[in-house]
Design a protein around this ligand. Structure first.
Ligand code: PMP
Length: 528
């Protein structure tokens, strides 16, 4: 190896530099429950209390002994990790187990087919792809019906029928330039010419403002944060972000993207130009608790409004439970708290038990297109190792009548109580405490006008949350990080094993931090 490059940091070196500047460049070498450990230069192991929880991946804690033990067992048995295009009974077992949860939490009898993936963004993209596959199939059916109607109209004209200039003829004339009284073949050519681009137009996705659904080419377009999304907007279908809490916003957005195609109808001995609705929207995609937007819980009224509006417009709903799912909010699916049964569900993060990379997309039977299975696959997805670990994870969550869900709700409310107490004490600094179960956010008031130059400057650069994280890590051995798109909000997503003593440790650290902010003590934040 070239000795010059040997010393260089080549693994995301820019990010490494940023972490160093914020005091967050720590290498954790061991993890257990809600604690990560790093080694000082002296060799001493230092515990850090972790409230980031693998960004929502460790609902059962880091290195959960039952999951680790099972993972070792699987590897010791020589489980064939790579056996793509063979029978995968464990995948069916996982799908069955998750279906049993869906039946219970949504009081439904409808089954969901499962397609497997490796990451959250990939699970979202499977939902996007399937929704588009379905939309294209519906478009093809529509185009076929129009072809049939054109033939019927042609036969009717040959038998003496006339072409009626009323109805949508005027709109066809505007769209294609065909004149009134044109011959039948000209009208048909005009219909085909006007329809072709309308049938081929890219789909539109809808999502609530603030949404975060991943950073791959397709899913990043559903991620509202412009910094992540805009540079790549030419690569994929576009999303309209809807202020869903405004009563008419969703209906107006759907209306604004409505498209029709022309068709020909024969009645009463005349051929008339009519219009047919095109399925322009592929899907509405939402998080029942928005994670990266600063931990924002969807309320029942909004959920019901979205459900009704989408149902009326024939738009499928993708419920992205990548972060909120797997028991974190006190139920396996956060959407079950507001009775929002998705046409699609996505799961990832904690599905792999904090050990494996596993993700799955579930598609409701009434929407499912089985041919999709022949056009989508991934080498690692559905492998025996990650899928078996996911089964064990679901079993652990479901054990003892869903004790893990009760723990998430109870531990979460204890943690929230502590945060609300701090909010009362430090009302000038803490703006809001939000969330459900073990998915909580602590939002700070904007500090861009702080009397401390350091605090104001970092706030204006959108880095204050990270500076606060650096302080909590260095001074209080606490790992807390902001949400990705709302950096004034610190995320708290520990495991169900969180103890009262650990909540008290967080309280002490946060009290230290809030005192520094209340006193506008920028120098203390930079303290080594
Ligand atoms: N959807 C949601 C709701 C998420 O929170 C995330 C990650 N924060 C993703 C999708 C993307 O998951 P991944 O990072 O595993 O690709």
């Amino acid at each position: 190896m070239n000795p010059d490059t040997e010393q260089q940091d080549l693994a995301e070196p820019y990010l490494g530099g940023l972490l160093a500047s914020l005091g967050l460049d720590v290498h954790y070498s061991r993890a257990e429950k809600d604690t990560l450990f790093f080694r000082e230069e002296t060799g001493r192991e230092v515990p850090v209390l972790d409230f980031v929880g693998g960004y929502g991946s460790t609902i059962l804690g880091h290195s959960n002994p039952e999951i680790v033990g099972y993972a070792k067992e699987l590897l010791d048995q020589g489980v064939p990790v790579h056996a793509q295009f063979s029978k995968h009974p464990y995948a069916n077992e996982l799908a069955q187990k998750i279906n049993a949860v869906i039946r219970r939490e949504f009081a439904t009898t409808e089954s969901y087919s499962a397609i497997f993936a490796n990451s959250g963004a990939e699970a979202v993209e499977i939902a996007m792809k399937h929704a588009e596959f379905d939309r294209v199939a519906r478009l093809t059916e529509l185009a076929g019906e129009i072809d049939g109607n054109i033939e019927r109209a042609r036969a009717a004209v040959a038998a003496g029928a006339g072409v009626d200039g009323s109805g949508s003829y005027g709109r066809l004339a505007t769209a294609s330039g065909v004149s009134f009284g044109a011959a039948m073949e000209e009208v048909i050519a005009a219909v085909r010419a006007a329809n072709a681009p309308r049938l081929a137009a890219a789909p539109v996705f809808l999502a609530p403002e603030g949404s975060f659904h991943g950073k791959l080419v397709g899913s990043v377009q559903l991620t509202h944060n412009a910094g992540f999304r805009s540079p790549f907007s030419a690569l994929a279908a576009q999303c309209r972000f809807v202020p869903v809490h405004e009563p008419d916003a969703l209906a107006k957005t759907i209306e604004s993207v409505r498209r029709t195609v022309f068709d020909l109808a024969v009645d009463d001995g005349a051929v008339r130009v009519v219009e047919r609705e095109v399925p322009a929207v592929a899907a509405f995609v939402l998080e029942p608790v928005q994670g990266e937007a600063g931990i924002r819980v969807f309320d029942r009224r909004t959920a019901e409004h979205v459900r009704r509006t989408c149902e009326a417009a024939g738009i499928p709903i993708v419920v992205d439970e990548v972060q909120s799912g797997m028991g974190r909010t006190g139920a396996f699916f956060a959407a079950s708290h507001v009775g929002l049964q998705g046409d699609y569900f996505t799961l990832a993060k904690s599905l792999g038990g904090g050990v494996a990379k596993a993700a799955v997309t579930l598609v409701r039977a009434s929407r499912y297109r089985r041919e999709f299975e022949l056009v989508h696959s991934s080498t690692f997805a559905k492998d025996a190792f990650s899928t078996s670990v996911a089964i064990r994870t679901v079993e652990l969550l479901e054990a003892d009548g869903g004790r893990a869900y009760q723990l998430a709700a109870e531990r979460g409310s204890r943690l929230a109580d502590m945060l609300r107490k701090l909010q009362q004490e430090f009302g000038t600094v803490v703006k809001e405490v939000r969330g459900k179960g073990l998915m909580l956010g602590l939002e700070f008031h904007d500090q861009s006008d702080s009397s401390s130059e350091v605090i104001a400057e970092q706030a204006r650069a959108g880095l204050l949350g990270y500076l606060l994280s650096g302080y909590l890590l260095r001074v209080h051995a606490l790992r807390v990080l902001p949400t990705a798109s709302a950096v004034n909000t610190l995320r708290l997503e520990p495991s169900v094993h969180l103890t009262n003593a650990e909540i008290a440790r967080l309280e002490a650290g946060l009290r230290g931090l809030l005192t520094v902010l209340r006193d506008q003590d920028g120098a203390a934040l930079l303290q080594a």
